[in-house]
Ligand binder design. Structure first.
Ligand code: FES
Ligand code: MG
Length: 579
């Protein structure tokens, strides 16, 4: 790619710093204050200012190494002749933040956007990886549209217990069910607590974090091969330094995010996520990210593309291996090299080449981890989109992680009005729940959750677990952790809290799931549903003040990405020094 190089006077930061004393009091003040920071003028004047947005925090084990890693990014920026400045931004810790970090994804997106806009920034390096961090940072950055590189936090090391390899999340659910079924006790659980998460880094299954960082790499906003490097590998330091080196040139070349985040790039990210058997959360996040890039991505795009790609990554929760295995099997470049017939290869990436050049020579070193097209894990991509009278605006199911006999199933509903009630009563023998029942949870969507928590993998009742039942049809307007599994219909839109049909289901109604036909049907007549709707009363608002009230007012439904309406709409926001 050849583009005209910028001159120092054309840098955005020049508007703050100026190049000489004669440029006025304002730049005099900014230069004086940069001296106060301890920098000589020759260390920064006329150099691209690179903002490093760091989601490091003591409370976030997935990002706890990023404080150190930012030093490697700075090293790269200095070497390339830029001026790095680190900005601490909100951390979204999937484990600790309640009720769910999804409530705060848009807050970090807003913080990213406003911070990049209001400070003297020429280019950005975004550091994150734990679930919502990746979409939040990219949504904000896409809106501002500066040259940007994403530095993925990297997966943690594989877990271990008594010679078993453990996947964070996935094996937690599995062994918790074993404990409830009486197969293991407190002693084993104490050992598992030690072995489940051994190092800094995000979840090392193909959960939401690995899915979204792989999507970022596919979009072309990371250096090649970045997303699977284990967080504590010295290669992760080198990747961070390479990102710092690269961003400076990207500023001079004016390689803005909008040149990378095209409709083709989003199509490729969808194909990759589906071929990885990735997290259902990616559906919501990619739709929201695309929206910020001016690209319309819909649920139907996911279903359409799913039919064109097989699942080729043998990774938990749908498969066997973990992210370190994927990395040593060749990582994402080797994986994408299996999909060249469906990808748009002539699009640019941060690497200064096209995706085609980037994938040249990529090799699979373990064909059981990254499967060839001739030996897929599943013939179709990992997510199906459902429609029907229960979900007029759509719902999703990760059918590859469900027991196949449930993919076409009719059963009577057992309805839980909210998560707490469900937790309190699901083991009540008086409910008479059998393996044929369909468990229904409502008031767990974007507004009703609030924040659409990951409640969608409803627990199997204890008495059924003891009989060996490990999967049932479960439906909700919630999300599900990327590390979860089961015949869980998720993201029902519109949600019950705003009066979607899910609000009208009654215990005993029959529900039919038919994944092949892509339908979810409530066997109740339209007249009956209309009567039920007429007597339905909306629940009270969740929040009266503060961020929650803003969230409640602005959040959009799952099928459109759960962005805030006022952030998703098009319109200009001017640079502080423009015009
Ligand atoms: Fe951070 Fe899973 S808890 S990625
Ligand atoms: Mg998760």
């Amino acid at each position: 790619m050849t583009t005209a190089r910028k001159t120092p006077e054309e840098l955005r930061s020049h508007q703050w710093y100026g190049s000489s004393i004669s440029s006025g009091l304002r730049s005099f003040s900014h230069r004086a204050r940069t001296r106060q920071l301890g920098y000589l003028p020759e260390e920064h004047l006329g150099k691209p200012v690179i903002a490093i947005l760091n989601t490091w925090s003591d409370i976030n084990p997935c990002h706890v190494h990023l404080r150190d890693r930012a030093q490697a990014v700075k090293r790269g920026v200095w070497q390339a002749g830029g001026f790095p400045l680190e900005f601490p931004v909100s951390t979204l810790s999937e484990t600790f933040q309640k009720p769910t970090p999804m409530l705060y994804r848009n807050l970090l997106a807003m913080e990213t956007e406003e911070l990049l806009r209001s400070y003297p920034v020429d280019g950005a390096v975004l550091m994150g990886g734990c679930d919502k961090s990746t979409p939040a940072l990219l949504m904000g950055a896409a809106t501002v549209d500066l040259p940007t590189v994403f530095v993925p936090a990297g997966p943690m090391l594989p877990g271990h217990w008594r010679n078993e390899v453990l996947g964070s999340g996935t094996d937690m659910w599995k062994y918790w069910d074993d404990k409830r079924a009486g197969l293991i006790g407190d002693c084993e659980m104490a050992e598992l607590e030690n072995g489940l998460a051994r190092s800094p880094g995000h979840c090392m299954t193909m959960g939401t974090a690995s899915t979204l960082t792989a999507a970022a790499e596919t979009l072309g906003v990371t250096v090649p091969g970045a997303s699977s490097i284990p967080a504590v590998d010295s290669g992760h330091d080198r990747m961070a330094a390479a990102s710092g080196l690269r961003i400076v040139d990207m500023v001079w070349d004016d390689l803005k995010l909008s040149k990378l985040l095209t409709a083709d790039a989003y199509e490729d990210a969808v194909a990759t996520v589906l071929a990885l058997g990735g997290s259902t959360n990616a559906v919501i996040h990619l739709i929201a990210m695309a929206g910020r890039s001016g690209v319309t991505l819909t649920l139907d795009d996911f279903d359409r593309i799913a039919r064109t790609v097989p699942v080729l990554a043998n990774l938990r929760p749908g498969g066997r291996y973990l992210m370190e295995d994927f990395h040593f099997a060749g990582g994402l470049p080797a994986f994408l090299a299996q999909l060249t017939d469906v990808l748009h290869l002539d699009r640019p990436t941060v690497s200064c080449t096209t995706m085609r050049e980037q994938l040249e020579g990529a090799q699979v070193h373990n064909p059981d981890v990254i499967r060839p097209r001739s030996n897929p894990l599943a013939d179709e991509g990992g997510v199906a989109v459902l429609r029907g009278n229960l979900c007029p605006d759509g719902a999703v199911i990760k059918h590859i992680a469900a027991e196949p006999h449930l993919l076409k199933h009719t059963g009577p509903a057992v309805v839980f009005d909210d998560y707490r009630t469900m937790q309190r009563t699901i083991n009540d023998p008086d409910l008479g729940i059998t393996a044929d029942h369909v468990l229904v949870l409502r008031n767990s969507g974007p507004k009703g959750g609030p924040g659409m928590p990951e409640y969608g993998m409803l627990p199997i009742p204890d008495h059924l677990l003891k009989q060996g039942v490990r999967d049932m049809v479960r439906i909700s307007d919630a999300r599900m952790s990327g590390t979860s599994y089961g015949a869980c219909v998720l993201h029902i839109a519109p949600e019950s809290y705003v009066g979607g049909p899910l609000a009208l289901v009654r215990t005993g109604d029959r529900i039919t799931l038919d994944v092949e036909a892509r339908t979810l049907h409530l066997d109740v007549t339209d007249e009956e549903l209309a009567q039920r709707k007429a007597v339905w009363t909306p629940p009270p608002a969740r929040y009266e003040r503060g961020y929650g009230a803003l969230y409640n007012e602005q959040i959009t439904q799952a099928d459109t990405g759960c962005d805030f309406a006022f952030l998703a709409r098009p319109g200009e926001v001017h640079d502080p020094y423009a015009g």
